[in-house]
Design a protein around this ligand. Structure first.
Ligand code: SF4
Length: 494
């Protein structure tokens, strides 16, 4: 009988996508996903995140819970990968000697071999590489969604934002060749996927490795030629490297969604300098202005950190000013917390917790007011909704379903009306009129104007999820070495 596996994922979209690769690798090696909650899986993989304070306490707590379970189930294996594994390395098996495998961010492809070797040798295997040898996208993947897929365009980051641990754990930026990226996108679309999100720590520096600073805009335009691909999104852009050709590509490529998630982090130039983010607030706002003039319907969202070491009330007012001027449709707001191993953690002017909390509340109140105002302006507008799983579960009382509009907004709609063609499934596309704008979502309570059954919906219903094999064109994964930019700037860290 096949051995079963379970993957527990923490952290950002990169990790979620890496877990799809881990699942693909394990399934190619003959493992099957553990579906029965009651039964103990043969292999539990922790894909960890080191970004948050206390991430290690959480990991060791979880490992502690598994210790007696493992004792009762001889043959069970535990593997730890991801950023925390890259950081803690052999320390993990010292603190939790019942762990069988530790692997890093640069060698996720080694997991099946390491599990096998640990079993064979009856000894923990720790393998951490210092740099990437095989681009993860050349590995198989078992996708979570039938209708939306992540596609990595780069991994790593050449910047050194003082609050961020990513560069030391993920290494310098490695860009995938455009042909490889597009092959993977096509393979997903061939499996029925309608929406693709291009992923990189800094998508705007894509191409630096193979010497084409306009590569990202070209990539967006090339996605526009892929038949059947209805929505293209990307995350995260970087204000320093954002070039006008990307705005033009967004505006002129019909399947690229008019949505931009561009991290601000702070509206104070003094704080941006301390964060080692090389753009300034006027540069940030000028990009927004250009995006809005090319795409007046664009929904712009951001990340903001409150209470970075040394942030004064005046600095914070600078952030509020930018928020007022930018009119974000929503913002991920974070209270600064020390992230071990980052330069900011050692800065001696940490802002008191209660001050951070009070500023945070003022920022959230302002942003909510703006989000609500913008959402109310959309009442009466027809939106196209890609029905989502999880979000798309029917609400038992109201029978509402949910999904995302093209601009990324969450829409709750009522699945009624003559246009509804049978059951509406996640992966299907509906059109409906917005009847109410709430601060964090839209409601469309009237009849559905149009319902398109899709192959993604059929696949969702049949329980079929795309399984891509490693995609390469037989070209080297990386371009020839090129001059690297000076480390600066930043991206979204969630
Ligand atoms: S650009 Fe993003 S990933 Fe890179 S150092 Fe800054 S915050 Fe971290």
């Amino acid at each position: 009988m096949s051995r079963t596996y379970q993957i527990r994922t923490y952290g950002c979209q990169m990790n979620v996508h890496d877990s799809e690769r881990l699942a693909g690798l394990l399934e190619d090696a003959g493992y099957v996903r553990a579906t029965d909650e009651e039964t103990v899986p043969d292999v539990v993989v922790f894909n960890t995140c080191a970004v948050r304070e206390n991430a290690d306490n959480r990991l060791y707590g979880n490992l502690g819970h598994l210790r007696p379970v493992k004792k009762d189930h001889p043959g069970m294996q535990i593997a730890v990968g991801g950023c925390l594994a890259q950081k803690d390395r052999g320390e993990i098996v010292k603190r939790a000697p019942w762990v069988d495998v530790v692997f890093g961010t640069h060698n996720i492809g080694s997991l099946p071999v390491l599990l096998e070797r640990a079993r064979h040798n009856a000894e923990a295997q720790v393998e951490i590489l210092e740099s990437l040898e095989v681009f993860p996208s050349t590995l198989p993947a078992r996708r979570e969604s039938s209708y939306a897929g992540w596609v990595s365009i780069s991994v790593g980051c050449n910047n050194t934002c003082t609050f961020c641990i990513v560069p030391s754990l993920r290494g310098r930026e490695k860009d995938r060749r455009p042909g490889d990226v597009l092959s993977e996108v096509r393979a997903l679309v061939d499996e029925g996927v309608l929406e693709v999100t291009l992923l990189g720590q800094n998508v705007n520096s894509y191409g630096v490795e193979f010497g084409d600073r306009y590569a990202f805009g070209k990539l967006l335009r090339a996605c526009g030629d892929i038949e059947g691909l209805e929505r293209v999104r990307f995350t995260s852009p970087h204000p320093r490297d954002f070039t006008d050709d990307v705005i033009a590509a967004m505006a002129e490529t019909p399947n690229v969604c008019h949505q931009l998630h561009m991290p601000l982090q702070s509206g104070s130039d003094r704080v941006l300098r301390a964060m080692r983010r090389s753009y300034r607030s006027d540069r940030y706002l000028s990009i927004i202005e250009k995006v809005r003039s090319a795409m007046p319907d664009a929904a712009i969202t951001t990340d903001i950190i409150v209470g970075f070491p040394g942030e004064t009330e005046e600095d914070f007012q600078g952030t509020l000013d930018v928020v007022r001027a930018a009119r974000f449709s929503s913002a991920f707001t974070f209270q600064y917390s020390k992230r071990p191993g980052t330069p900011a953690a050692g800065m001696d002017v940490q802002v008191p917790k209660e001050v951070v909390q009070e500023r945070y509340e003022r920022l959230v109140a302002l942003q909510d007011e703006i989000s609500w105002e913008l959402n109310r302006e959309l009442v009466g507008r027809t939106v196209e909704v890609l029905v989502a799983e999880g979000e798309g579960r029917k609400d038992a009382e109201t029978h509402r379903m949910s999904g995302r509009a093209r601009d990324g907004r969450l829409v709750h709609f009522t699945p009624i009306g003559d246009a509804v063609d049978g059951e509406i499934r996640p992966g299907d596309v509906v059109r409906a009129v917005v009847t109410y704008g709430a601060p964090h979502h839209l409601v469309a309570d009237g009849p559905v104007l149009g319902h398109r059954r899709t192959r993604a919906g059929d696949n969702w219903e049949a329980g079929v999820r795309p399984k891509t094999s490693g995609v390469t064109l037989g070209l080297p994964s990386f371009g020839p070495p090129a001059a690297q930019p000076e480390p600066t700037g930043g991206c979204s860290v969630r």
